[in-house]
Design a protein around this ligand. Structure first.
Ligand code: NAI
Ligand code: MG
Length: 316
């Protein structure tokens, strides 16, 4: 198995080695190779990613990613958006699990308001929100497959946005043809209701930016961004990363919570056919947290490395 390991920037460089050590513990024989992308590379070479790096990602059976810094510079193109597009990682899957609830947010990952079709003029700027029939149907099918025995909630603003009228119709048709129970909610009301009544939900499917926002908000349910993993999946490639960013406010201090990255590694394991190992990693994380080995974002005093050690010691 070839695993591309991309630390990226900021706390990505701290949490990814911990997540990698969990994978290496289980599979010392796999081929792990580092790939440098991100703002640091941009500062060194003037580009956040090169064609060699993109090829290295393409060759991997799975990619373990940390986070990248994206400066609010109009000339800087988000490397993450580029990777998601180039590898056609159309499904962004973000499970949020806690006592009494298990919700998976499925975010369309290649179009919508992050289409990258935009321009700035003096005094105005325009971003095109592109929603296609094909793009909507494939994400809806992906969500419907996850919702097999549950409820698929479709989040839109179809009351005011034309492109969401299309998304809504495609999602409903795909849910119907998959024989999955579905409901629809306006995304703003859904944000609140998900936080108030998470146990009512199973799978939430929505467009790119709405999924970005609702999944960060859902981090409230589990105690913060340091805990939430995600998968970016396409038909040919799979990429696993914490939901959080590079957290420059705490980077370099060794206190970033590695749990989101470790759980992302668990999602990677499940994806490549080791669901049992994924469950064991998640259980070890739960046990370490329950034993009080927590980073400061969770009110603890442990370091990134100490949390990693606590998880590994529970897996041995
Ligand atoms: P962020 O997720 O990096 O940080 C938000 C807040 O959560 C900060 O206070 C941070 O300290 C805290 N936090 C995040 N992860 C944590 C962890 N593992 N342990 C403890 N605390 C944690 O989001 P922010 O501040 O909006 O963005 C910072 C940079 O990250 C920006 O350049 C942004 O573009 C980039 N970013 C990258 C993402 C990615 O690579 N997937 C996703 C989101 C943001
Ligand atoms: Mg986000």
């Amino acid at each position: 198995m070839k695993i591309a390991v991309v630390p990226g920037d900021g706390i990505g460089r701290e949490v990814v080695p911990v997540a990698e050590s969990v994978l290496r513990h289980l599979h010392p024989d796999w081929d792990y190779y580092p790939v440098e992308v991100g703002f640091g590379r941009w500062e060194r070479c003037g580009a956040a990613i090169g064609s060699g790096e993109m090829d290295a990602l393409r060759e991997a059976d799975a990619i373990l990613f940390g986070a990248v810094t994206t400066p609010p510079d109009p000339d800087y193109r988000s490397v993450l958006l580029q990777i998601r597009k180039d590898l056609d990682l159309y499904a962004n899957v973000r499970p949020v699990r806690g006592p009494g609830f298990s919700v998976t947010i499925v975010r369309e990952n290649t179009e919508g308001l992050y289409s990258g079709i935009e321009w700035a003029l003096p005094g105005s700027a325009c971003t095109l929100r592109v929603v296609t029939d094909g793009g909507s149907r494939r994400i809806a099918r992906y969500a419907a497959a996850l919702a097999e025995n549950g409820l698929m909630t479709i989040g839109t603003k179809a009351n005011v946005i034309k492109s969401d009228v299309l998304f809504r119709r495609c999602a409903i048709e795909e849910a119907e043809s998959a024989g999955v129970r579905w409901e629809e909610k306006y995304i703003d009301a859904l944000c609140l209701d998900l936080l108030m009544h998470p146990s009512r939900y199973n799978v939430v499917v929505t467009t790119n930016i709405f999924g970005d926002i609702i999944s960060d908000a859902a981090a409230y349910l589990v105690g913060g961004l340091g805990l939430l993993p995600s998968a970016n999946v396409g038909d040919s490639h799979a990429f696993f990363e914490p939901v959080h960013g590079s957290a420059p406010d705490i980077a370099g201090r060794g206190i970033a919570n590695p749990v989101a990255a470790i759980r992302s590694a668990a999602m990677l394991l499940a994806h490549v056919g080791h669901a049992d190992e994924a469950a064991a990693v998640d259980a070890a994380v739960d046990a370490a947290c329950a034993a009080g080995v927590r980073t400061p974002d969770l009110g603890g005093a442990a370091s990134t490395v100490q949390v990693g050690e606590a998880v590994l010691s529970r897996m041995r």
